[in-house]
Design a protein around this ligand. Sequence first.
Ligand code: PMV
Length: 361
Amino acid sequence: MNTQQFIPNSQGLEKSIEKITFSWKTPSNIALVKYWGKSNPQIPKNASISFTLNNCHTHTSIEFSKREKSTKANFELYFEGKKKDDFKPKIAKFFERIEEFCPYILEYGMVIRSENSFPHSSGIASSASGMSAIAMCLMSLEKELTPELSEAFVRRKASFLARLGSGSASRSIEGPIVVWGEHPEIENSSNLYGVQCEGKIHPFFENYQDTILLVDKGEKQVSSTIGHNLMHEHPFAEQRFIQANQNLSKIYKYLKNGDINAFIELVESEALTLHAMMLTSHPYFILMKPNTLEIINAIWQYREETDSKVCFTLDAGANVHVLYPEVEKAQILQFVENKLSNFCQKKQYICDHVGLGATKL
Ligand code: PMV
């Protein structure tokens, strides 16, 4: 695997900048074919594909100040205006991992200020948007130090760096649909970074809607790091990895030919399969809550009673992502408000839709 391409040529980094700040807004994403299982360093066991979101995002600025070169990254971290030392170990580990690819970070003090658009501890993973935002700020510095870098390389390397912080973060740089993981039928796909889905997507999927139902806002009982690791000894792992790659071939086709019924069946099956992996690992665990199942059943019933194309997917948690075409927005929001929100904590949900990826502020 060619990681060499991401090690900067030291001659190119001779430019000196005393102080500079960059700010980026990067979104969360929701996988349609799930990534669950990896090997070191953050190499996925199968390819995955996601919709990039828009309204659920992280807004991060990093102020870089030149300092004596040190042996480890120096940074302060503010989250929603307050110093947040308990997030520091994760970020410190991330900086250690990427040091080889961003040696210049050792020559700067960094003040990181970050905030999420979605409520704190809503059960929505902020690692994808958070890590991709830091990666974009670092790449803005690298571009400033090495102006000849192309925009395409900057984004590709940002996805590569974000992946080393959180696998799914590699899919949060671009939009509206991103594939991460090597796949024989997807040109330029890579285990190292996410790539935009090429070719024309069927108009049906344009501006696709995602209403996120906040079923459980608490800390997850089992982190995704532990969950991924449990796939190592999992009795169904190999079959699952094969299936996911096959599902990716299928969904790629549906996204282009607009076969919405096949899309729905595949997306829901992927969500349940992800959770089936959790139910059948050792130790086994359950992240869904009773209300997750209530919502799924209500969606199935609604689909049976109407000609709606609404469907659901799940992340590694109890919240439900309700996916539907834009033409159904008014009816589905009414259905959510009248029925589904009753299964949410404090009736809370977030209205989002597919977006285009990282934006410089
Ligand atoms: O990026 P991680 O390590 O938090 O893993 C994310 C895994 C899922 O969200 C469950 C699936 C996915 O592909 O996003």
